[in-house]
Design a binder for this molecule. Sequence first.
Ligand SMILES: CC(=O)N[C@H]1[C@@H](OP(=O)(O)OP(=O)(O)OC[C@H]2O[C@@H](n3ccc(=O)[nH]c3=O)[C@H](O)[C@@H]2O)O[C@H](CO)[C@@H](O)[C@@H]1O[C@H](C)C(=O)N[C@@H](C)C(=O)N[C@H](CCC(=O)O)C(=O)O
Ligand SMILES: Nc1ncnc2c1ncn2[C@@H]1O[C@H](COP(=O)(O)OP(=O)(O)OP(=O)(O)O)[C@@H](O)[C@H]1O
Ligand SMILES: N[C@H](CCC[C@H](N)C(=O)O)C(=O)O
Length: 522
Amino acid sequence: MTPPALRPAHRPARTLTELRALLADLGSVQRAAAADVAAPEVVLHGVTHDSRAVQPGDLYAALPGSHAHGADFAAAAAASGAAAVLTDPAGAAALAGSVDLPVVTTADPRSDVAQVADWLYGQPSRSLTLLGVTGTNGKTTSAFLVDAGLRAAGHRTGLLGTVETRIADERVDSVRTTPESSDLQALFAVMVERGVTAATMEVSSHALAQHRVDGLRFAGALFTNLSQDHLDYHPTMRDYFEAKARLFEPERTAASVIGIEPGAGTWGLELAARVPGSVTYAPDPPADWWADDLTVGARGSSFTARGPRGLAVPMEVRLPGRFNVANALGALALLVAAGIEPRAAAAGIGTLAGVPGRMEPIEAGQPYLALVDFAHTPDAVETVLTSVRGLVDGRVIVVLGCGGDRDRAKRPLMGAAAARLADLAFLTNDNPRSEDPAEILAQMTAGIDRVATSAAKVTVIPDRAEAIAAAVAEAGPGDVVVVAGKGHERGQEQNGVVTPFDDRAVLAQAIADAGRPTGTGR
Ligand SMILES: CC(=O)N[C@H]1[C@@H](OP(=O)(O)OP(=O)(O)OC[C@H]2O[C@@H](n3ccc(=O)[nH]c3=O)[C@H](O)[C@@H]2O)O[C@H](CO)[C@@H](O)[C@@H]1O[C@H](C)C(=O)N[C@@H](C)C(=O)N[C@H](CCC(=O)O)C(=O)O
Ligand SMILES: Nc1ncnc2c1ncn2[C@@H]1O[C@H](COP(=O)(O)OP(=O)(O)OP(=O)(O)O)[C@@H](O)[C@H]1O
Ligand SMILES: N[C@H](CCC[C@H](N)C(=O)O)C(=O)O
């Protein structure tokens, strides 16, 4: 069940006439003549893009979609108390005579609804220090680190992303990485009401392409990296990059921080060259921020962050893996660019003990390292397996699957990365969604067949719990077991049904069931 979107306690009240004037100023509609204005005046108290979330007095944005047109649900919206409809010409034509509500028509209501929500809720994001994080991998981790830095600097914070949504101390499950604009602006209004002073949000490429963050003003934005993902949605990597690059347009974002680690390709360098005054980071120089005296360990890393104008900040990150040094540097650079005192920012980053489902250690008395991680792209699988190789003396054992109804082209690459970089790879189901799980696994193994140097012994076990148990049965002292791809997720989705499944609980149980804490497993 989708949790209901949060709304501010103080309901806005703007008239339809004012809405038309706003849209006229945006160039979206003609300014209405006085005689055209509905009488009695319609008052709007909220806005939503989803008929199922309509509250009395809402403007219902009936948007054209890839499966349906929102106009198909306008009658349901009206029954729930919608006061008016915003739609496109196709929607208006479909609605003609069928719904007894005033209809405002614009050419691009998906873009306009973002501006309307920002206006209706009183531009709440402008009362916050708002920081955005985008990139293929590392958004959630970096956003958690940034949030820790903001709190250490005395802010009351909000956090929005894949794992959860936080309003000061309240936590709610997230539905999307980046909410739809109507939900997002309501959420910022709630944050302002509850005294939040700074917010960090993950910004997905889908959100940028779909105008979800239009109208927001970011004090700073971070680009972690770009590698293959979402080619089901973006036709090319260039299109995917250009969607991400929109976050760094000067009218949206005051300060830009960009990861340029060489292993992550040249997209970061291209973006940095495009954005005047941007600040770069990478674990090694040359970059504006880099890590000196670096010590990487199984529990985290310590280093001196070297920054612009001779800044040197000793710091620790309690998250394992070299890539988390990059994430910590990016977080520090963003916080400093947004005006946070560097030592306070670094101290805050050092307090973060972990991110749910990201390199999360499972401790059940076993003599080997067991980690649950969210690697679900080829680059993340490669990064994580390379990283853990440096953390243990023993074997690297991975359990991995690929999600259904997502980029198919990444499956052979993920399979190949697991086979190339692990000693033992157990390929299994992730969230098959509407696809045949056997077909997904066949696509993963097709990639392995193309890797002539495949080092790993690869076993296909479709049942995820069985695959995890098989990996645990193999593990011995000094090894590492990485269960990748589902991280914090608490369910497994197949054919529209979500069955409870938490890799962390299943892995802990498998270790307990193995019942031989001193066994060699080999
Ligand atoms: C691919 C994608 O992003 N699609 C988004 C898009 O859907 P769509 O254009 O296909 O819409 P549709 O299903 O045809 O429906 C048309 C309209 O009717 C509305 N509707 C539909 C049914 C109903 O009963 N009532 C109703 O009002 C819908 O809200 C929509 O506005 O617009 C909808 C809202 O208008 C979004 O909910 C929907 O997100 C879908 C559910 C989704 O799964 N998005 C994922 C891929 C996504 O956004 N992921 C990123 C993270 C990616 C990452 O980095 O990993 C995210 O930010 O979460
Ligand atoms: N800087 C990085 N470079 C490469 N891989 C990384 C980096 N940081 C994290 N990862 C890998 O990517 C996985 C996902 O990380 P995280 O959740 O922080 O990213 P994300 O961008 O929020 O992903 P999503 O939006 O899909 O949830 C991690 O579990 C890890 O395997
Ligand atoms: N935000 C990502 C998460 C993928 C996680 C993986 N477990 C899957 O289901 O593919 C997506 O929706 O593509």
